[in-house]
Design a binder for this molecule. Structure first.
Ligand code: FES
Ligand code: FES
Length: 166
């Protein structure tokens, strides 16, 4: 039997096909639908979550590769939905249709957790693989820049396991 920890809570993956993409497990088994299915081929970034703090494409990651790891989804990014990036997203009115935005925020959060003050070029490079068909790229970039400036001590990642939420 294998276990996977999602947003601080541990689940058994033992009954599931180990080749099942993590995205299927999140959406269809755990009913965490904040993470979106876009292309299913690793090309759009809509399904981005964190595995041990790194941004990964949940549509490509088999359960067998995620087993034993700590997954964070958009639902677990912050206890109250007020991660600095989520606040900046609201301030800059980033979303249009919104479909890509959970993946955008998760990718940006991974960037700021390893680089609290990214340059414009670093933001461009880190976010290049996250596609927005509504073209919200300028607002995404402005929100990331704003969050980075406000989080001078670095963006702290919420860990539900340390907050007694398990
Ligand atoms: S759905 Fe995973 S990258 Fe597009
Ligand atoms: S806001 Fe519509 S796809 Fe990005």
């Amino acid at each position: 039997m294998s276990n996977i920890t999602v947003n601080g809570k541990t689940y058994s993956t033992g009954q599931q096909d180990p080749a099942m993409p993590l995205l299927w497990f999140l959406r269809d088994i755990l009913h965490m639908t904040g993470t979106k299915f876009g292309c299913g081929m690793g090309l759009c970034g809509a399904c981005t979550v964190h595995l041990n703090g790194d941004a990964v494409r949940a549509c490509l990651l088999p359960l067998s590769a995620a087993a034993g790891g700590k997954i964070t989804t958009i639902e677990g990014l912050s206890a109250a939905g007020d991660h600095p990036l989520q606040q900046a997203w609201a301030e800059h009115k980033v979303p249009q249709c919104g479909y890509c935005q959970a993946g955008q925020i998760m990718n940006a959060a991974a960037l700021l957790s390893r680089n609290a003050s990214p340059t414009d070029a670093e933001i461009d490079a880190a976010m290049a693989g996250n596609i927005c068909r509504c073209g919200t790229y300028p607002r995404i970039k402005a929100a990331i820049t704003s969050a980075a400036k406000k989080s001078t001590a670095g963006v702290q990642m919420f860990d539900p396991a340390e907050q007694g939420a398990v």
